[in-house]
Design a protein around this ligand. Structure first.
Ligand SMILES: [Zn+2]
Length: 174
């Protein structure tokens, strides 16, 4: 496989109108597990670029390997592209580098918190993530405890706040 020409990657570079149109479209494709987040919020859309074949190429990185949402995300993305007239667009799976919860955008983190899901720690917190307490998304208390490794989906762990006694899901770090 030859290396693709350098182009606009997620979050940077100059986008053509067609590329921006696809970004806007994908911003409306919800994550099947956490519908308040779009796949762009989740940070799994790695690039949208025009290839030498004049087709748009869209790179998507699966979140957690084995996450059942991966196939649903692919299908929803394809359907959105087709419905918007991007039938020629090429959907590509990008396996390297692997997705990390650091890629969730600031807007995505705010949406998670508003939805009552503790967002993953930001990259700045990465060094202390192993020991960092999980804050309650409702009252902000750090007096929380993990109830189970798996929450409503395999990608989330289930916690309970000991201050307001509300259960909540925490988006796991990988
Ligand atoms: Zn609380």
């Amino acid at each position: 496989m030859s290396a693709a020409a350098p182009s606009a990657e997620a979050g940077g570079g100059v986008r053509t109108a067609a590329e921006q149109g696809v970004w806007d479209l994908l911003s409306g494709v919800p994550d099947p597990e956490i519908p308040v987040l779009s796949i762009v919020d989740l940070g799994i859309v790695r690039y949208v670029r025009s290839g030498p074949d004049r087709r748009l190429h869209i790179g998507i990185t699966p979140t957690y390997s084995g996450c059942p949402a991966t196939e649903a995300i692919r299908a929803a993305t394809r359907a959105a592209l087709d419905a918007a007239g991007y039938r020629e667009a090429c959907l590509e799976e990008v396996l390297s580098p692997p997705w990390t919860s650091d890629w969730v955008t600031p807007a995505g983190r705010a949406k998670l918190a508003a939805f009552g899901i503790a967002p993953p720690p930001s990259a700045a917190d990465a060094g202390r993530r192993a020991s960092a307490p999980v804050g309650c998304p409702r009252c902000g208390s750090l007096a929380t405890e993990r109830i189970s490794e798996f929450g409503s989906t395999p990608c989330k762990a289930h916690y309970r706040c000991n201050s307001c006694h509300e259960p909540f899901d925490h988006f796991k770090c990988i």
